[in-house]
Ligand binder design. Structure first.
Ligand code: AMP
Length: 213
């Protein structure tokens, strides 16, 4: 199974992608996670992309294409994958089409999560993530501010630098200008499933599964 989860930053792509990855036993490929890990490990890639990410911009498409090409051909993806955060531009979507033709099977479906800007800004401002296990959580769900409820480690919950208010606005602007056209590119060409993402996690997940049937 090949899925692409699409939508604005903070709409809940990562949360739904993790659930779908478990449900269908397919790899969750989050380009944001790959890049953040590279920054954390101070690799050559990490050093190249750090400031772009912290300022809410987009990493150059040639760098992203190399990452995606390598990961989709890796053993991890042999049973399928869910792409989260890629493609983010029409050029990237075209590149992905090319890469998919080199895989044994190519039948990607798009899940498009939708929510209004006010919901997005609110979610991103209240979002925290665990540097130990990558769990994403909203402030309102945190009982003890010091302990990650997923892995139980203390002192690991933090706010992403790009979840600061001025960067959130920049990311939304980039999304509207560069990423929204990707949806038009796919419409009529590929199966696009549109899902209202303003509901509870379980309800959204249920809707996705029903529409995927
Ligand atoms: P995300 O975790 O998906 O919100 O991604 C965090 C940041 O990583 C983005 O704001 C971009 O700076 C960068 N990034 C992730 N995926 C891509 C992509 N497909 N193309 C360019 N930049 C990306």
């Amino acid at each position: 199974m090949q899925l692409i989860i699409f939508g604005p930053p903070g709409v809940g792509k990562g949360t739904q992608a993790k659930l779908l990855s478990k449900k269908f036993n397919i790899a969750h490929i989050s380009t944001g996670d790959i890049l953040r890990e590279a920054i954390e490990r101070r690799t050559e890639l990490g050093l190249k992309v750090k400031s772009v990410i912290e300022n809410g911009g987009l990493v150059p498409s040639d760098i992203m294409a190399d990452i995606i090409d390598e990961v989709l051909h890796s053993n991890r993806c042999r049973n399928g994958f869910i792409l989260d955060g890629y493609p983010r531009t029409v050029n990237q979507a075209k590149k992905l089409d090319e890469i998919l033709t080199t895989l044994p099977e190519s039948s990607a479906k798009i899940i498009s999560l939708t929510a209004e800007d006010s919901v997005i800004v609110n979610r991103l401002s209240n979002r925290r993530f665990c540097v130990n296990c990558n769990h994403i959580i909203s402030l309102s769900e945190i009982v003890d501010e010091d302990i990650c409820p997923n892995c139980g480690v203390s002192g690991t919950l933090t706010k992403r630098k790009d979840d600061e208010p001025e960067v959130i606005q920049q990311r939304l602007d980039v999304y509207k200008e560069k990423t929204v056209p990707v949806l038009k590119y796919y419409t009529g060409k590929t199966n696009v499933i549109s899902i209202d993402a303003t509901r509870k996690v379980e309800e959204i997940s249920q809707s996705i599964l029903e529409k995927l049937k």
